[in-house]
Each structure stands twice: as C-alpha cells, then as structure tokens.
Ligand binder design. Sequence first.
Ligand code: TZP
Ligand code: MG
Length: 213
Amino acid sequence: MKSKLNDALLYGIVDMGYTNSENVEAVAHALVKGGAGIIQLRAKGVSAAEIERLALLIQPVCKAADVPFIVNDFPAIAKKIGADGVHIGQDDGTLEQVRAVVGEEMIVGRSTHSPDQAEDALLDGFDYIGFGPLFPTPTKKGRPGIGVDEVKRVQGTIGTRIPVFCIGGIKRDNLEEVIGAGARRVVIVSDILGAEDIFAAAQSVVDQLGKAE
Ligand code: TZP
Ligand code: MG
C-alpha cells in the first residue's frame, strides 16, 4: 500500500466531528468515488472501542476501492484491525515507537506545522506528511494559520521524496490560490464533508489538482 501513496492527490478524512456515525460508510464511499486516493478515520474524543467499530466499517470500502485506509492517533487499533496506516501528530511519539507497534510495512504519516518539522519528518523516515494548517480552521482549533507562502519552502525542502499533503482551511474556493502557492496534494475536511454532495465536491477538487502543472 505504500506505493499507492504517490497516486493520492486528495486525502479524504472521515472526521467524526462532521459525520454522523450512521453515515460513515456512505461518506467513505463518496470520498473514494470522488477520487480521494487515501482515507483517514479521525475521531477526536471517541472511545477506542468506538474507533475500532467505525474503522471496521470504513476499511472494506477502502479495500474495495484499493485506497489506503489510515487510522488517526491509534497505532494499536491500526495494527489490530490490519489498517494500511496510522497518522500521528507532533506529540504522539517517535516513528520508532510507532513502528514498534505497527511494524515496517504499514504507512506512517506525521502532522507537521513548519518547514523544519517537515524536514525532520522526512529525515526520521515518515512515509508522508500533512503540512498546515495553512489557514486557521475550526477543525483544528487553537492553531494559527502558517500561510500559503510556507508551501513553496516546504516543497523546496521535501521535493518529491515523500508526499506532502497541505491541510487546514483549504476549500474549493481557495484551492486555486493553494495550488498557485505550490501545493499539489491536499487534505480537505469541512468543505467536503459539509458539502451537499460529497462525491461531487471531492471530484471537483481532484479534477483541479489533476490539472495543476
Ligand atoms: N490538522 C491541521 S489542520 C486540520 C488538521 C487535522 C484540520 C483540517 O480541516 P479543514 O476543515 O479542512 O480545515
Ligand atoms: Mg494525533
């Protein structure tokens, strides 16, 4: 599944802050059908048992679409259910600690908030990074936007060595600006999950990213 990472332009998140738990499969399905090349389950403040239950609903949708399925925050759950990967933040330990739980084959991604953190993640050996928030966003409260000017800097440092997914406050109506700043892969949560038609919203983002030079 690591090799599939390079195909992903849109990183879709089934974020339980924006998803009714009855709808997780439908949301995951709409995201992959719209062209999301990687899917994460993000469920803040939810019990481990519930995260496992939700993950087991999303996993078959991703398997059928041959899209990597990533669990946020919980390496042990990712390992237990045989997810394709796990995503961790700056305060969630080292890559070595995560690898000790999930092994060598699993995708491990890291949130980064500055070009220096991005470079550290690359040197540490993470498989991909999230970079942001580019803009302040209610989905990640209390973090300042780092601004689109940092995108060029991070792309300059990381190049194509690992995928860089820009994140935070990205919407269909500022995507052109974000692409213009150098982003080629993005994570979009609220603008897609809050859209009337999640499939169409994802598809339009993927189309726009696909056309970027
Ligand atoms: N990490 C940095 S910003 C962010 C996360 C999880 C939230 C992105 O959500 P949105 O709604 O696309 O701004
Ligand atoms: Mg985390």
